[in-house]
Design a protein around this ligand. Structure first.
Ligand SMILES: CC1(C)O[C@@H]2[C@@H](CO[C@@]3(CNc4nc5cc6c(=O)[nH]c(N)nc6cc5[nH]4)OC(C)(C)O[C@@H]23)O1
Length: 366
């Protein structure tokens, strides 16, 4: 029988947790950052480089992959791990959020959401059952429930309606997912910026005894203070012995402050998207390589980094590549940025183990 899904908390420092998720395809050291691999690729990266910077798991998107190349096609070709040559765990988002943020002509009912593809306008239907079916066809290791994320600001009645619908959809996803020992289906807490609704959502999902819990409905443009306040309210209502995943987050500072509130898993397009736009994350802050002041600078981004992209190339060369829109510019900066994010996660894991996380706080991101 496949090794079952298990999560262990190895150390804590305040509300911060150092843990490990054990799955048949490998372990996930938490706090963990998941590089975004929306269409089955972490843009501008080879998968062995993604592994090389220390990522244990990547994120894929049901919405994008069902539209192109199609979930049944990926299944026929052996599943997403085989297709993309990534043998470690994959978490897939369920598609609801992407439908609402990307597609046009969508209609949401109790049954699910119907929408037209943003690629070719073809009509699709996505129900909780179909989302879990697609994630199964992709052979996803951690599958997300189908939910409805409310755009903020919103009327409390609207937030409540979407939160309650998402709870009913969580039950249907749990039923559709069934019992798959080596895999997991996570519920997603909704409730917008309303404390009472967040508590109701978290308590109802906790009662479903799922294998993990995501906090959704955030990183949608709200101030960081609102996001953190929702974590202060939500995390205590979730079981301590299950992983907590904050969707779509975030900057290094967002991640540090969210780990301090008990979050274990993150995903964000920032490091990869920034890399494609000429932006480098370094221990001394962000560097915009488009800026002419780098044209003659022989120094690397970070001579102490163990990532070749940060250590072996001059800023002048990176500036040249970015200005010339050379593919290698996006490749090297994405490599640097993902390495920076994984080093940040590694430093936080070590600080929690050493009980210096609370004390050191912000300096970790420098
Ligand atoms: C931060 C940054 C740079 O990330 C970009 C852009 C806008 O924010 C992002 C990231 N924020 C984000 N919040 C989410 C909430 C949910 C949710 O409630 N449910 C489900 N199933 N999936 C979710 C995925 C989420 N991603 O959302 C899109 C629109 C995917 O682009 C991302 O700003």
């Amino acid at each position: 029988m496949a090794k079952p899904f298990s999560f262990k908390v190895l150390a804590t420092d305040g509300k911060a947790r150092r843990g490990v998720i054990d799955m048949p395809r490998g372990e996930i050291r938490t706090p963990a950052f998941m590089p975004v691999g929306t269409g089955g690729t972490v843009k501008a990266m080879y998968m062995d480089q993604v592994r090389g910077v220390g990522a244990d798991i990547i994120l894929g998107n049901t919405y994008h992959l069902m539209l192109r190349p199609g979930a049944e096609r990926v299944a026929r070709l052996g599943g997403l791990h085989e297709f993309a040559r990534w043998p470690q765990p994959i978490l897939t988002d369920s598609g609801g959020f992407q439908v609402m943020s990307l597609s046009k002509l969508r209609k949401l009912t109790e049954k699910g959401v119907t929408f037209r593809s943003h690629i070719d306008g073809a009509a699709y239907e996505m129900s909780p059952e179909r989302s879990i079916e697609i994630q199964g066809l992709l052979d996803s290791d951690i599958q997300m429930q189908l939910d409805e994320c409310t755009a903020l600001p919103a009327e409390i009645k609207e937030i409540e309606r979407a939160m309650e619908l998402s709870l009913r959809w969580a039950e249907r996803c749990k039923t559709a997912f069934g019992d798959q020992p080596g895999k997991a289906m996570f519920g997603i807490v909704q409730g917008g910026d309303n404390a009472a609704l967040r508590v109701r959502s978290a308590q109802a999902l906790s009662a479903m005894n799922l294998k993990g819990y995501a906090v959704g409905g955030l990183a949608v443009g709200e101030p960081q203070a609102v996001m953190l306040e929702m974590l202060d309210i939500t995390c205590p209502e979730l079981p301590d012995d299950k992983p907590r995943y904050l969707m779509g987050v975030g900057t290094p500072d967002d991640i540090l402050k969210s780990v301090a509130r008990g979050i274990d898993m993150f995903d964000c397009v920032m490091p990869t998207r920034a890399g494609r736009h000429g932006l480098a994350y370094t221990r001394r802050g962000k560097v915009n390589l488009r800026n002419a002041r780098h044209a003659d600078d022989p120094r690397p981004l970070d001579e102490e980094s163990d990532c070749p992209a940060a250590r072996d190339y001059s800023r002048a060369y990176l500036h040249h590549l970015v200005r010339s829109q050379e593919a290698l510019g996006a490749m090297l900066l994405t490599w640097n940025n993902l390495s920076y994010y994984q080093k940040l996660m590694q430093d936080m894991r070590a600080a929690i183990e050493a009980q210096t996380f609370e004390a050191r706080g912000a300096e970790i991101t420098e």
